[in-house]
Design a protein around this ligand. Sequence first.
Ligand code: E4P
Length: 214
Amino acid sequence: MQFFIDTGDIKEITEASKWGIVDGVTTNPSLIASTGRKQEDVIKEIAQIIDGPISAEVIATDKENMLKEAQELVKIHENIVIKLPLTMDGIAACKFLTDNNIKTNVTLCFSSNQALLAAKAGATYISPFIGRLDDIGHDGMALIEEIRNVYDNYGYMTEILAASIRHPTHVRDASFLGADVATMPFKVLKSLYAHPLTENGLEKFLSDHQKANK
Ligand code: E4P
């Protein structure tokens, strides 16, 4: 399973990159807005830190302008993946970019039929938003399972990028169900390391070692 970090915060990306387990980065207009910087500047800096796919989202809602934005975004770095909303124009833009060998991440996916549309358009990644479905009383993880089944039924190569991850259990369950990628906030990524038995066990090993070597 690949791990992407879902943030535009350069400090977080820099720290997480040192852990050696971050495969890529996802951003969205809200995450970029929270940095108070221009998307282009943030993405350029991220590309210097992480050598892997970096999703940058278009703001336009019509195909023509989505493609114009995509053209500019791909100039930033070879690792840029164009993030497009799951709309008719987004899917049409995805098909065009796929036909022109540009990687895409179709975002804001909330149903397996939507995921099927993205796969048919040749999307590199589909981003089902688990947390936002859970928030409204639906079962986000069931969507990951459905998409896995649909894609496996037809051999679609679009990678399932479990998004809107809120806690470590989301990561565990998405990995059980065969999501290809999990993108998560810094704090969730960090929390994957934590287990009280690891901490207590290490403390005991070290104190036993010290006692024996007095
Ligand atoms: C994914 O690419 C999105 O940026 C992200 O996971 C959305 O998460 P949220 O629902 O916590 O905003």
